[in-house]
Design a protein around this ligand. Structure first.
Ligand code: XMP
Length: 337
């Protein structure tokens, strides 16, 4: 099946023409949107489309385009695996259901995922569980909807280039099943990431969504290293929220490529409220890169780092120590697992 996919992505309709101008302005984005809305209406007719909406840039822009083109013929499914960043699932519901009036099914599958992950420490096993369960939950929900003929996907041009070159299995939308019988709808498949962001802004999506930093499919699960526990996962989520808030206030959210916290299963001795406190260590990581193959460290201002460390150790339950990761890639990958 992977071979069939590679063949499909090698076909001429999936090759970006040399004459295609890079979308940089609102006018260019509006033109692209008009063309795609026409093309989507032609392709879909009065059919029904399904889309796994993760809240990432690509699936969000596809959702907004499809809503514009076919409105309620689209059903979006947002699976909250319990490994999302603070406020992210809420934002997906707010933007797509409340503001854009989408047909959105929101599934809180936190317990399913965390129960399956309990006691599993091996990173690849964790990833497999998360990917496999995602497909299961999505399939279960999709089976409840009658007469679906199309599957929307947030495939972008780098995905096509990489799957063609055999660099990686095409894994957009968290790895949906390869044997789906639905016709694919992939309006962004000839665009690069920066163009997708321009189109997203032109469609009126919030800045926070359009300029979202990269976030792995297995979510915070790879930043709560080893066997995930609910309390340590909460510590990852809360410390990440503080880091994001402080980076935004300092204007670093526009400058730094990716930044997050990791809370390994590691405790250290400390003092809190005059008493000995044996609690977790939180690691802060902030890196810059162009292609994620190599990365350098952001040299953060000491005062800001101290403020972030103070807030995390005083506001997040279970953390009494912070460290800043000064490892470039290589030797460290960007994520910890
Ligand atoms: P590493 O950790 O390999 O990460 O240096 C490079 C970039 O890829 C992201 N990443 C993932 N993205 N699914 C994804 O969609 C994944 O399983 C995954 N793992 C890592 C990582 O956040 C970084 O931007």
């Amino acid at each position: 099946m992977a071979d069939q996919r590679s063949e499909y992505y090698a076909s001429s309709e999936n090759i970006r023409p040399d004459s295609m101008a890079r979308i940089e302005t609102k006018e260019q984005a509006d033109k692209f949107i008009d063309e795609q809305v026409d093309a989507l209406r032609k392709q879909i007719g009065d059919g029904k489309v399904l889309l796994a909406l993760s809240g990432g840039v690509d699936s969000s822009v596809v959702a907004a385009l499809l809503i514009k083109a076919v409105g309620k013929q689209l059903t979006c499914i947002h699976v909250n695996h319990g490994l999302m960043r603070k406020g992210e699932s809420e934002m997906v519901v707010d933007v797509f259901k409340k503001q854009l009036g989408a047909n959105l099914i929101y599934i809180d599958a936190t317990d399913r995922f965390l129960d399956l992950l309990a006691g599993v420490a091996e990173p690849e096993k964790k990833r497999k569980i998360i990917g496999g369960e995602f497909i299961k939950v999505f399939d279960e929900e999709a089976a409840k909807i009658d007469g679906v003929g199309f599957l929307g996907q947030g495939t972008i041009y780098p995905d096509i280039l990489e799957s063609k070159d055999g660099i990686k299995a095409h894994h957009n939308v968290g790895g949906l099943p390869e044997d789906v019988k639905l016709e694919l709808v992939e309006p962004l498949k000839l665009l690069f990431k920066d163009e997708v962001r321009v189109v997203g802004s032109a469609l009126g999506l919030p800045d926070e969504m359009v300029n979202r930093q990269p976030f792995p499919g297995p979510g915070l699960g790879v930043r709560c290293t080893g066997a995930i526990t609910r309390d340590r996962l909460e510590a990852v989520r809360e410390s990440d929220a503080i880091l994001r808030e402080e980076f935004k206030n300092a204007g670093l959210d526009k400058k730094v490529w990716q930044y997050f916290t990791v809370v390994p299963d590691l405790k250290a001795t400390g003092v809190k409220d005059g008493k000995r406190a044996f609690e977790w260590v939180c690691i802060i990581r902030a890196v810059n890169t162009t292609d994620a193959m190599t990365a350098t460290i952001e040299r953060i201002d000491w005062e800001l780092l101290e403020k972030i460390s103070y807030r995390i150790t005083h506001e997040v339950k279970g953390i009494n120590r912070c460290a800043y990761d000064i490892t470039a890639k290589p030797t460290g990958t960007i994520e910890f697992e």
